[in-house]
Design a protein around this ligand. Structure first.
Ligand code: KIV
Length: 286
């Protein structure tokens, strides 16, 4: 990350990024940020050390995304990842943080069967990982699941536009909502999800103009990823943001080049071992 990035101020600024410390960010804080017109950052996290770095950096909301399928488990899409694989990652991120709201992502197959299945899966995340909110993908068709979770006391982050779990129906990872009809459907979906009780909605890979329309028509925040600058918040997969992922989408900005940094470190270590210069005297026990 850039060393010139501003550090969170801490204390009582009342803002989401760099706001008051000593307690977790809540859905009320997020609603208040929308009222103030405050933009805020969200990142994914999948392990304790990285989550702690982001918590200390003041990132107010972290998502343990089903993108773990690809960046942690090495699958070629998010479809194969399971609850059993995501629950321990989410628990680690919750344990390592003290300020951020941690959102757990329901994987493919854990909620599509209906509200009862969604509630079972979400309850497992809340109990076993202690996540603070749940995210699930889909518009009109998952509104009943959103309503069931919210009625059970579980905050829900919705996700529309490019929904990677449906990549096989969408015919690839492509921008959604390009035609007026498709854009109107996204606006309707977003309103229905808000009505069902979602506290926020991720907009993935939609034209900026459509994201702006949705953002203006909702009282809950929109969180953009490839959805332009008018969203209330932005999210990136952290490995994309930090330049660890070798190839990324157009919407990603790399704030570091971790791929090169870690690769160079591995090569320097390997050469020291081969040359016999590591371990040095300062690394020895006598
Ligand atoms: O799984 C994930 O990381 C996500 C974000 C990209 C929004 O769904």
């Amino acid at each position: 990350m850039s060393t010139s990035a501003p550090m969170p101020t801490g204390g009582s600024s009342g803002t989401l990024y760099g706001g008051s410390s000593g307690r977790r960010v809540t859905v009320r804080d997020i609603a208040a940020a929308k009222q103030r017109g405050e933009r805020w950052p969200m990142l994914t996290a999948y392990d304790a050390l990285t989550a702690k770095v982001f918590d200390d950096a003041g990132i107010p909301v972290m998502l343990v995304g089903d993108s773990a399928a690809m960046v942690v488990y090495g699958y070629d899409s998010t479809v194969p990842v399971t609850m059993d694989e995501l629950v321990p990652l989410t628990a680690a991120v919750v344990r390592a943080t003290s300020r951020a709201m941690i959102v757990a992502d329901l994987p493919f197959g854990a909620y599509q069967a209906g509200p009862a299945q969604a509630l079972d899966s979400a309850a497992r995340f809340m109990k076993e990982s202690r996540a603070h909110a749940i995210k699930l993908e889909g518009g009109h068709r998952t509104a009943p699941q959103v309503e069931a979770l919210v009625n059970a006391g579980i905050p829900v982050m919705a996700h529309i536009g490019l929904t990677p779990q449906s990549v096989n129906v969408l015919g690839g990872f492509r921008v959604q909502g390009r035609s007026e009809e498709a854009a109107a459907r996204l606006v309707d979906d977003a309103k229905e999800l808000e009505h069902a009780g979602a506290f926020s909605v991720v907009l993935e890979c939609v034209p900026s103009e459509v994201a702006e329309r949705i953002t203006a028509s909702l009282s809950i925040p929109t969180i953009g990823i490839g959805a332009g600058p008018q969203c209330d918040a932005q999210v990136l997969v952290w490995q994309d943001m930090a330049g660890l992922t070798p190839r990324t989408a157009k919407f990603v900005k790399k704030y570091a080049d971790l791929n090169t940094v870690i690769g160079d470190a591995a090569k320097a270590y390997a050469e020291d071992v081969v040359n016999g210069t590591f371990p040095g005297p300062e690394h020895e026990y006598h």
